[in-house]
Design a protein around this ligand. Structure first.
Ligand code: FE
Ligand code: CA
Length: 164
C-alpha cells in the first residue's frame, strides 16, 4: 500500500506526463507546418513516450488497487518564436518533470516506501536521459546557428530516431 501523499503526487504526475505528451504533440505539429518532418517525427515519438510514462504510473497505481482519477489537461502552447525556442521549452519542461519525480522520491524515501522507491528509480534514470538528450540537441542547434543547410541536416538526423 502507498500513503495518500504519494498517491496524490502520483496522480499529479500522470497529469504532468500526459501534459508533456500533449505539449510535444503540439510542437510536432508546429514542425510539420514548417516542413521540418524529421523534427516533427522526433517530437511525435517523444509525445508517445510521455504517454507511456503516464501509463507506468497508471499501471503502478492500478496494481496497488488504487483508483486513478484523471485531471484536466491544460491547452498546450502552439506558437513559438523559432525552432530553438521549442527546444528550450522542451528542456525547461523536462527539468520541471525531473523536480516532480525527485519530490515523489523524497517522499517515498521519507516513508520507507521501498516498492515506490524501486518503481521511481526507473524514472530517475529516465530523466537523466531526457535532459542530457535535449541538451545535446540544443548544442547542435547552437552549432548550426542560422545555417539553412545545417537545419536541413539536423532535421534529417533527428528524423532517423528509432527508439529512446
Ligand atoms: Fe516523462
Ligand atoms: Ca526517453
Amino acid at each position: 500500500m502507498i500513503s495518500n501523499k504519494i498517491y496524490e503526487l502520483m496522480l499529479n504526475q500522470i497529469n504532468a506526463e500526459l501534459g508533456a505528451s500533449y505539449l510535444y504533440l503540439s510542437m510536432s505539429s508546429y514542425f510539420e507546418e514548417k516542413n521540418l518532418r524529421g523534427l516533427a517525427k522526433w517530437m511525435k515519438m517523444q509525445s508517445e513516450e510521455e504517454r507511456e510514462h503516464a501509463m507506468k504510473f497508471y499501471n503502478y497505481l492500478v496494481t496497488l488497487g488504487k483508483r486513478v482519477y484523471l485531471k484536466a489537461l491544460a491547452e498546450p502552447k502552439s506558437e513559438w518564436k523559432d525552432v530553438m525556442e521549442v527546444w528550450q521549452d522542451t528542456l525547461n519542461h523536462e527539468k520541471k518533470v525531473t523536480e516532480m519525480i525527485n519530490t515523489i522520491m523524497k517522499q517515498a524515501v521519507a516513508e520507507n516506501d521501498f516498492a515506490s522507491i524501486n518503481f521511481l528509480n526507473w524514472f530517475i534514470d529516465e530523466q537523466i536521459e531526457e535532459v542530457t538528450q535535449i541538451e545535446e540537441i540544443i548544442s547542435k542547434f547552437e552549432m548550426i546557428g542560422d545555417s539553412k543547410q545545417g537545419l536541413y541536416l539536423l532535421d534529417k538526423e533527428l528524423g532517423s530516431r528509432t527508439e529512446d
